[in-house]
Design a protein. Structure first.
Length: 443
């Protein structure tokens, strides 16, 4: 299918599946199973619920390490294994898994995701990230994270090699004709002969071209280096945006840079993160927010923020404004750190208030507390303005927050005529309204 025109745009919704939910208190919410984060049955049940809501995809984050103190469920299970199980338990929903370019070799990852695309009949996406935390670095033989600019340089080359490997088979290279005895046409399978700063890969891939041509590529970095990676390679970008204008500005910057690489701006989807706390009335939604806020300890939130800012905050008065001396770590997660500091200074938040504004130490993304109608109206406003093509939905608590969204918000979005009532395509590219790419070869 061809990419959608502006007039027939449809809203895109992914579930950012963060274990028990986005809020730091989610795992302690009444009725939740604290150990569900290692129960594959839980993952498949939530995925089927998102599929009932006709979501485009499930999005799994990842971090190959454990924090100094784990106060809540974390990304323990390896995403591609989980997605394989979800693929077997669902029929339509897309499956996006996170991979660190800092600690993986592109050949293995290209093979794994091409395999998953075959296994899922064309529903796979890959979220390419760089790893900024020391906990992950020391698990892969490093003393510290790779410097910010260098790890993005590596990520761009990593993505280049992935694309070349996925394109190393022509669509018709697998002949498999018993009559002629021709199984593979060698003229249609191509070595990539890649020799770069970080990787040397001969190719070709040993997996025939996958149903989508190549898996959908997602990127989540908001720094200038992340913007460069997204402009070159991303089909969709997971954005931190607290205002409609900031989302629109990011989209304009990204698409201008993508056009410089010869890409069509409409072929990159802008998908801000959106945390929802839903109540049947505004008062009920605020009560739910307050009940969640009372559960996690201040210590937990400080620990989370220390990891983000890569500095000791234990000496600070939690009820005083954050000191101006705090800065974005040079080699940390710059996007999230910058957003936290910007919000604290803009809104004159104390340490305690900032932690509460971030879901108790759970998220840097925009949080809406309100009725289903208010949430649907806000989504429609951002979408119709062109600031966003959709959202990575991050319910406060899973599964209850997702149940509320599917049962109460999705019908309103459908009534507005901006969200599908049923799946019309079979692949993730078709859900996203993206054309299937032809193989690209270097001259």
């Amino acid at each position: 299918p061809q990419a959608m025109t502006h007039n027939n745009r449809q809203l895109h919704l992914n579930l950012n599946f963060l274990n028990a939910g986005t809020h730091a208190a989610a795992w302690r919410w009444p009725g939740n199973d604290p150990k569900a984060f290692i129960d594959i049955g839980y993952f498949t049940r939530v995925a089927r619920l998102a599929e009932e809501g006709t979501f485009d995809a499930i999005f799994l984050a990842d971090r190959p390490a454990i924090s100094r103190h784990e106060f809540r469920p974390f990304q323990a299970l390896e995403p591609t294994v989980v997605l394989t199980a979800i693929a077997a338990a669902t029929r339509h929903i897309g499956l996006i898994g996170t991979v660190s370019s800092s600690f993986n070799e592109p050949y293995n990852i290209a093979r794994r995701f091409a395999t998953l695309d075959h296994v899922s009949a064309g529903k796979i996406g890959i979220n390419i990230v760089t790893s900024a935390d020391k906990g992950s670095a020391v698990n892969f033989g490093l003393d510290a994270p790779i410097a910010h600019a260098l790890r993005y340089e590596r990520a761009i080359e990593f993505a280049d090699v992935l694309g070349a490997l996925w394109d190393s088979w022509d669509d018709d290279a697998l002949v498999a004709d018993p009559q002629s005895g021709v199984f593979v046409d060698p003229a249609r399978v191509h070595a990539i002969h890649h020799r770069g700063k970080f990787f040397t890969v001969q190719g070709p891939l040993n997996v025939p071209r996958s149903p989508q041509g190549r898996p959908v590529v997602i990127q989540a970095g908001g720094s200038d280096d992340g913007l460069e990676l997204a402009a070159r390679h991303a089909d969709g970008v997971f954005v931190v945006a607290h205002t409609r204008d900031s989302a629109a500005t990011y989209g304009e910057r990204l698409r201008a840079r993508a056009a410089a690489f010869g890409r069509r701006p409409q072929d990159i989807l802008i998908l801000p993160g959106l945390v929802t706390i839903i109540g049947s009335t505004d008062e009920e939604a605020r009560r739910r927010e307050e009940a969640l806020a009372q559960i996690p300890s201040l210590e937990q939130g400080i620990d989370w923020l220390e990891g983000l800012l890569q500095t000791d905050l234990s000496h600070l008065d939690p009820d005083a404004p954050l000191p101006e001396s705090l800065s974005v770590p040079a080699d940390g997660s710059q996007t999230f750190a910058r957003e936290a500091l910007t919000r604290a200074r803009r809104d004159k938040l104390t340490l305690r208030q900032l932690i509460r504004a971030q879901g108790g130490g759970g998220t840097n993304h925009r949080i809406i507390v309100g009725t289903p109608q208010a949430i649907a109206d806000s989504i429609e406003d951002w979408f119709r303005s062109g600031a966003a093509d959709g959202f990575n939905l991050m319910p406060d608590v899973l599964p209850s927050g997702l149940e509320d969204f599917v049962e109460q918000v999705v019908p309103l979005l459908r009534k507005k005529g901006i969200f599908r009532t049923h799946y019309t395509g079979t692949t993730l590219r078709e859900h996203f309204g993206l054309a299937r790419p032809a193989p690209v070869r270097k001259a």
